[in-house]
Unconditional design. Structure first.
Length: 100
């Protein structure tokens, strides 16, 4: 067993853990009406696209499958509250540069 764990790729281990946590968070969010805690719908779409670009799906789960957006959304209402203004301004700046 130890040999298998020592040979497991770090990204695979982290991806599997994030996917499980993301599924739990996603189910909890959907069960509560599907609304975001911090982000607006358009902001959520922008942040999800950014996260998927940074951690794309390949042989391992990407940011979307891992629930990274849900994690960020929840944490911005908890321990990352001090970063709310930075996220709002940053997401608005990215959206303003979007040609679509």
């Amino acid at each position: 067993m130890q040999d298998k764990l020592s040979r497991m790729r770090r990204r695979t281990f982290i991806g599997a853990g994030l996917a499980a946590a993301g599924a739990t968070l996603s189910c909890a969010r959907l069960g509560s009406g599907g609304s975001w805690r911090f982000f607006t719908g358009p902001e959520a779409g922008t942040v999800e696209a950014i996260c998927e670009r940074i951690i794309p799906t390949d042989a391992d789960p990407g940011a979307k499958a891992a629930g990274v957006l849900n994690y960020i959304d929840i944490q911005l209402t908890k321990c990352f509250k001090k970063h709310q203004k930075t996220y709002r301004e940053g997401v608005a700046a990215v959206a303003a540069d979007d040609p679509a």
